[in-house]
Design a protein around this ligand. Structure first.
Ligand SMILES: [Zn+2]
Length: 194
């Protein structure tokens, strides 16, 4: 899934919801304060089949590990949806809290904020107002109205806040270790000036 769009110019709403980023959530370890992750481990997915997911907290620094079984996640705050631990990626941004669950979520925010043109699309294959099957149509569609892009707070999308928001996003990314196979991180997508 490509969620980053063309950084700096055009961003087309990929119709992701915030929960789509919540399978790997970086948090502050309750034991040591360092970087930890809350995720749904692959082996638990396989074992438990259709039951409620078992979410696991694991700390990269001290090795703390803890499981919780729940399908009731609380989204939309700078805490992970399951243990409700403070997110690793959060920072003050002009009196508001800018937060992201993980690097991909940060990439999404960066691409959206940096874009000069933001497009909201409905799902390919829906019928347009003119009744043309297969055409894209504009936003009065449930998927578009539910998307993360349309639900982000207004201050994040204001042109006058763009530079400040991008600065905070880059600072947050610098708190992440380099991702395997992606040279240029930390520093991220804007660092490559593609
Ligand atoms: Zn720890």
């Amino acid at each position: 899934m490509s969620i980053r769009g063309d950084v700096g110019h055009r961003f087309r709403d990929p119709l992701v919801e915030v929960g789509d980023f919540a399978r790997d959530v970086l948090v502050r370890c309750p034991a040591c304060g360092d970087r930890a992750i809350v995720r749904w481990p692959a082996e638990a997915r396989w074992r438990e089949g259709g039951g409620p997911p078992r979410w696991r907290l694991f700390c990269f620094a001290c090795g703390k590990s803890k499981d919780i079984v729940t399908s009731a996640g609380a989204f939309g705050e700078p805490v992970d949806p399951y243990f409700r631990l403070p997110l690793w990626l959060q920072a003050n941004c002009g009196g508001k809290v800018l937060w992201a669950y993980n690097a991909e979520h940060l990439d999404f925010l960066e691409a959206l904020v940096a874009a000069r043109i933001r497009e909201r699309w409905a799902i390919f294959g829906t019928v347009s107002a003119e009744g043309t099957p297969g055409a894209y149509c504009y936003a009065n569609d449930t998927a578009s109205a539910m998307s993360l892009m349309s639900r982000l707070p207004g201050w994040l999308k204001l042109t006058k806040n763009r530079e400040q928001v991008l600065h905070v996003i880059r600072r947050l990314r610098s708190s992440l270790p380099p991702a395997p196979g992606s040279e240029g991180r930390p520093g991220g997508s804007l660092g490559r000036h593609g």
